[in-house]
Design a protein around this ligand. Structure first.
Ligand code: F0G
Length: 358
């Protein structure tokens, strides 16, 4: 007898009881969520903390390669439910890739505003490929977001940045998954902070599962801004944010207050890491764990290392580092930061053995 293919559940279907949806919400899904939580192998020992129970949440394995898909499935589904015809966002790259893909899936138009010269190659390619109307502005992300808010006020377009209330609601599902995959809440969650939405969303998710009794505790939230863009750490907006981690090159985070509360209420901390620390962690993930994430994502691991050294995270703790985006989006950085000889060698055995040293 022919088998009937099992119904594949969307993220919204799976967690509908915790999300602002009804039976009538048209679900726009690309197969987001359910990303792997992978235990670290070599890194804890290599760092000198062999008892550390370290896990990586691989959000780069979402359909457009970042965690943004969790919020975008909900934001675009609600936009369709509310009869929108177009969506718009400002972005350092990942939001625009996700918005473009989900808008196309839903048959909506999509406008994206990007800070010219500061978006990784793969992300620009995605927005083009998914058919968004792409506008690069002579200004940074913060300026692009201001403009998007103005357009949203004056024109019939739905904003799908994280100021859209549905975005963070969708993103909180990542916390549910971490709990389900570990069987408990970790002691610590380490996460990059840019516009500060994701740390806020995780806190919502952990807090909810704690409050309804799924877990006896919630993790301490440790968020990490890039030092050159560390508005929350410095307590004031940064007019000209700078960092190699372009995805988090943001000087006036939209979810500033909620992120601060997330860290404070959970007993955690928002701190900053330098570009050097970010790149060291980025390289370590590749060379010790076989993981290729974006430089910005590695801020979570850079921060974990910083807080282990400072004694803010105990050596025997369990910690999840959120790796927010896929390294393939940014194919230029590895070649820039590693000394590799890419010149061709003669195609014969002797020449090969010489360069391989065997
Ligand atoms: N990591 C990656 C790879 C990101 O793309 C972002 C944000 C963050 C971390 C920070 O998350 O903003 O919720 O604190 N990217 C946004 C964008 C700003 O436009 O794609 P956050």
């Amino acid at each position: 007898m022919q088998k009937i293919a099992p119904q594949i559940m969307s993220l919204i279907d799976k967690y509908a009881e915790f999300l602002p949806v009804t039976l009538h919400t048209p679900i726009v899904s690309l197969g987001e969520g359910n990303t792997p939580l992978v235990a670290a192998s070599a890194l804890p020992k290599k760092l000198g903390y062999p008892s550390l129970k370290l896990y990586f949440k691989l959000e780069g394995l979402n359909p457009t390669g970042s965690f943004k898909d969790r919020g975008m499935t909900l934001a675009v589904s609600k936009a369709v439910e509310e009869k929108a015809s177009a969506v718009i966002c400002a972005s350092t790259g990942n939001t625009s890739a996700s918005a473009a893909a989900f808008a196309t899936k839903a048959g909506l138009a999509c406008f994206v505003l990007l800070p010219h010269g500061y978006v990784a190659l793969g992300k620009v390619a995605q927005a083009i490929h998914y058919g968004a109307k792409l506008v690069q502005i002579e200004g940074n992300f913060d300026r692009a977001l201001e403009l998007v808010k103005e357009i949203g006020d004056k024109c019939a377009v739905t904003i799908v940045n994280s100021i859209n209330p549905y975005r963070l609601e969708g993103q909180k599902t990542a916390a549910f998954e971490v709990i389900e995959q570990l069987g408990e809440a970790p002691d610590y969650l380490c996460i990059p902070v840019g516009n500060a939405g994701n740390i806020s969303a995780y806190r919502r998710g952990f807090k909810l599962f704690h409050e309804i009794g799924r877990v006896p505790s919630a993790p301490k939230m440790h968020g990490f801004e890039a030092e050159g863009s560390a508005a929350i750490v410095q307590g004031k907006p940064i007019e000209n944010p700078e960092t190699i981690a372009t995805a988090i090159r943001i000087g006036n985070p939209a979810s500033w207050k909620e992120a601060e509360a997330a860290a404070l209420d959970s007993g955690g901390k928002i701190d900053s890491v330098t570009d050097e620390e970010i790149l060291d962690a980025y390289k370590l993930l590749g060379s010790s764990e076989g993981i290729f994430c974006e430089p910005s994502s590695a801020a979570s691991v850079a921060g974990l290392i910083k807080h282990l050294k400072a004694g803010l995270i105990p050596a025997e703790a369990s910690a999840v580092c959120v790796l927010t985006g896929n390294g393939l989006k940014d194919p230029e950085t590895p070649q820039k930061i590693n000394k590799v000889d890419l010149n061709p060698v003669e195609a014969n055995l002797d020449a090969l053995r010489k360069v391989m040293g065997i």
